[in-house]
Design a protein around this ligand. Structure first.
Ligand code: MGD
Ligand code: MGD
Ligand code: SF4
Ligand code: MO
Length: 732
């Protein structure tokens, strides 16, 4: 008997609604849910392969525990016993800092990853937190923290209404968008052009997104901050800046002109390898457009001046009057957003409240740079990381210098991986706790509803009930928290009930909460939901801005549309001044370095990454339906460079950078500009002890082995993964 069930796709930030076909508890097909209020039937090849991924025979069915050096199948009881026996003792002997936590990308795609890691960190009391953010969007958090006082106040382009989109370092036709949740991003870009709007793409590669654009500029990688500074400079110099009402709301607007004084189009032109005329034209078009949005992503973040570039993106949105207005860049308001507060001065955002032990890297948003994880494990002394809890993370492939990290992980006293696969990272764990396949878990998108181009709320309960040995990932997290606290054996529901009680106690005394004045016990009884996480979702909806409950979402399986994005200033501001702080001190202090970069001689050859529609970071190479074809780990080289270096299409090359060298197959293509080569990340599945039979057959090379982890965006601790110098030699 076959039936269907709805599930929000967890495989990228677009959060499409899928209709799964199920037979005998297995997902036999997936198509786009045409009635989904947000995605309207859109699906991509990854979503279509949901069933194959869900039933991958290499997925772990139950926990593994290391005994006598080898990982063996174990019961959940034994797995949590092993954790409870190890972690509290280490903390007693070496202190809270001896336990590190690594949170990887899929945490933002699961309910468990949204609801429990803060509790885990609190239980441990460690500051040794490393996440995928410092390989990704931390520059955006830092610039938003400084500008708006809230690192999560990230404006998103109003894709469906804007007249002009300037997109830098993003390839949403392959990635389906990031920090801009928009199912069918390609369709929305085509619609923008169809209604007479303009799309300008800035990318050193002629991507599939660039192919859709009115204009494609291919600057030298790493030069976005310079380009954006020159655009801002031009707006000010040519008196094209028109911030409108934003001027009142901002402080520091008058000082911007002087701060950006040296970044004339002529001055940045050689570094960007764009003409001054091209830059001026772009600035004038941006100013002239009725509405416009500037949007930068990976290629503008994971570079040396990532925070400056991220800041300048919003400076441009502000100078053109486009921040917080329809058609510009707006702040979404998710259904589970905490209660608003009246406009006025807030707590502000501080950087570098503490620093990492070995490298002295300042914290950002409570995190230390992922690129500094290995040294924190390896370097002896007080506060050394001896135990690591890795949740949905594969840093051996995704962070700089995987070989070093690989050795460091092997030397840990104790490691836990919460991961469905035995892969490059989890193979070092002493305990592996596998979550069930996504068809077995419920989903509400706590993370990406906050970055969506339309406000909406959707909930999918588990499509298939958990059976046999499986344990819901929320329960795994709750039990992990209890185990590291030495409370293994306590009921996992207690973790959720504690949160609910604490939240209600605060809500009833908060005059801005819809639950103000209520009775906490009474309110707790009112909460719906058959599980702790469902009850917590219900509570967050009830305290949220739309007066929704879990029942409302259950009765609307295709979701509830909450309308287009609306202006939210000054309500979102939490800066100490209560205004937009346009030229914050840490930024002003970094500008001289950017100015000095104007005089640097660019490297002859630099490397950038790329994403493929059928791939997803390091963990989707084990699904046959998604591999092969153009989804390969090849080095893209421009024909001019190939000729100069004696490389041929289909040949092999040795590529060398400061962190090491790799042998890679060469693909000669003019899709990448000259002076730039491109290699995708997430490959290198050739380490013994992994259980990834499909991926291991075509392992590819780990691009991050070219890095030694020393290159970072200083303000955010984000690793430089794009635009670093490499050398190439042909191999026979
Ligand atoms: N050179 C280079 N490096 C990069 C990038 C780049 O552009 N270039 N991109 C960076 C970016 S943006 C990111 S976000 C990082 C990503 O790097 P990571 O944060 O390491 O994430 P993934 O590589 O996606 O690996 C995810 C892990 O989670 C596991 N997993 C999958 N689903 C689940 C689940 O439901 N629950 C749990 N508990 N585990 C699950 C997978 O098996 C895998 O081990 O990589 C970064 N690395
Ligand atoms: N299919 C697929 N989708 C994904 C992922 C995946 O691995 N595969 N990963 C997901 C994750 S974790 C994330 S964070 C998002 C990322 O989503 P996007 O930000 O759209 O990421 P990319 O597709 O890597 O696009 C980055 C672009 O930046 C360009 N670039 C490199 N250096 C520079 C530079 O210095 N300046 C400029 N202007 N451009 C530069 C690259 O050529 C590349 O085309 O994608 C998500 N979606
Ligand atoms: S675009 Fe993203 S969310 Fe939509 S089906 Fe594809 S992988 Fe899933
Ligand atoms: Mo990412």
């Amino acid at each position: 008997m076959s039936r269907t069930a709805l599930r929000i796709c967890p495989l990228c930030e677009a959060t499409c609604g899928l209709t799964l076909t199920l037979a005998d508890g297995a997902v036999t097909g997936a198509r786009g849910d045409r009635e989904d209020v947000f995605s309207r039937g859109f699906i991509c090849p990854k979503g279509a392969a949901f069933g194959a991924l869900d039933s991958d025979p290499d997925r772990l069915r139950g926990p593994l525990v290391r005994r006598a050096g080898r990982l063996r199948e174990a019961t959940w009881e034994e797995a949590f016993d092993a954790i409870t026996a190890a972690v509290p003792a280490l903390v007693r002997e070496y202190g809270a800092q001896s336990v590190g936590v690594v949170l990887g990308n899929p945490n933002v795609h699961t309910m468990a990853g949204a609801l429990y890691p803060p509790l885990l960190l609190k239980a441990l009391g460690t500051r040794n937190l490393f996440t995928a953010s410092t390989l990704d969007q931390m520059p955006k958090h830092v610039s938003s923290g400084l500008l708006f006082g809230d690192p999560f106040a990230i404006p998103v382009p109003d894709l469906d209404r804007t007249d002009f989109l300037l997109l830098l370092g993003a390839n949403p036709v392959e990635s389906n968008g990031s920090l801009c949740t928009a199912p069918d991003f390609p369709g929305r870009l085509k619609a923008l052009r169809a209604r007479g709007g303009t799309l300008v793409v800035v990318d050193p590669r002629r991507t599939r997104t660039a192919a859709l654009a009115d204009r494609h500029l291919a600057p030298r990688p790493g030069s976005d901050a310079l380009l954006l500074a020159a655009l801002a400079h031009t707006l000010i110099e040519e008196k094209l800046a028109a911030p409108g009402a934003l001027e009142e709301l901002s402080q520091g607007i008058g000082e911007l002109g002087a701060a950006l004084g040296s970044f004339t189009p002529e001055a940045v032109s050689p570094a960007c390898d764009l003409t001054a005329a091209e830059i001026r034209t772009l600035a004038r078009e941006l100013a002239a457009a009725p509405t416009a949005a500037v949007y930068g992503r990976i290629g503008s973040c994971t570079v040396e001046y990532g925070t400056l570039a991220s800041w300048l993106v919003d400076v441009l949105n502000i100078l053109t009057g486009n921040l917080d207005r329809p058609g510009g860049a707006l702040f979404p308001l998710s259904a589970t957003a905490p209660p608003g507060r009246p406009a006025g001065p807030g707590k502000g955002f501080a950087l570098g409240r503490w620093s990492s032990r070995v490298g002295g890297h300042p914290e950002a948003k409570g995190e230390l740079p992922m690129a500094a994880l290995a040294e924190e494990i390896e370097t002896p002394g007080e506060g050394r990381i001896r135990a690591l809890l890795a949740v949905a993370a594969n840093p051996v492939l995704s962070a700089p210098d995987g070989d070093r990290l690989d050795r460091a992980l092997a030397g840990l006293d104790f490691m836990v991986s919460v991961d469905p696969y035995l892969n490059e990272t989890s193979r070092h764990a002493h305990v592996v706790l596998p979550p069930p396949p996504p068809s077995r878990s419920a989903h509400f998108d706590f993370a990406f509803n906050g970055f969506a181009v339309r406000n909406q709320a959707r909930y999918s309960p588990a499509a298939v009930p958990l059976e046999g040995e499986g344990m819901d990932e929320c329960e795994i997290h709750a039990r992990l928290i209890l185990a590291v606290s030495g409370l293994h054996g306590a009921p996992p529901e207690a973790v959720d009930e504690r949160v609910i009680a604490d939240t209600l106690a605060r809500a009833v005394t908060d005059p801005h909460s819809p639950l103000h004045g209520g009775d906490p016990q009474e309110l707790a009884r009112l909460l719906n939901g058959t599980t702790g996480p469902e009850r917590r979702l219900d509570l967050m909806l009830r305290t949220g801005p739309y007066d929704l409950t879990l029942d409302d979402l259950r009765q609307a399986p295709h979701g509830i549309d909450l309308g287009p994005l609306r202006p939210r200033l000054p309500g979102v501001l939490k800066t100490r001044s209560g205004r937009i702080e346009l030229l914050p001190d840490p930024i002003a202090a970094e500008l001289p370095r950017l100015r000095a970069a104007l005089a640097e001689r660019p490297a002859a050859l630099v490397l950038v990454g790329r994403r493929h529609l059928r791939s997803n970071n390091s963990w989707l190479h084990n699904v046959p339906a998604l591999t092969g074809g153009s989804n390969r780990c090849t080095l893209h080289v421009h024909p001019h460079d190939a000729e100069r270096l004696g490389l041929v299409d289909g040949g092999q090359a040795r590529i060398t950078a400061e962190g090491g060298s790799l042998e890679v197959p060469v693909e000669v293509t003019d899709a990448v500009r000259s002076g730039v080569v491109s290699l995708p990340h997430g490959w290198g599945h050739d380490r013994a002890g992994s259980r990834l039979s499909v991926a291991a057959a075509v392992p590819g090379a780990n691009v991050n082995q070219l890095l030694d982890g020393t290159r970072m965006d200083r303000l955010s601790g984000t690793a430089v993964l794009n635009g670093f110098p490499v050398e190439l030699t042909p191999l026979p």
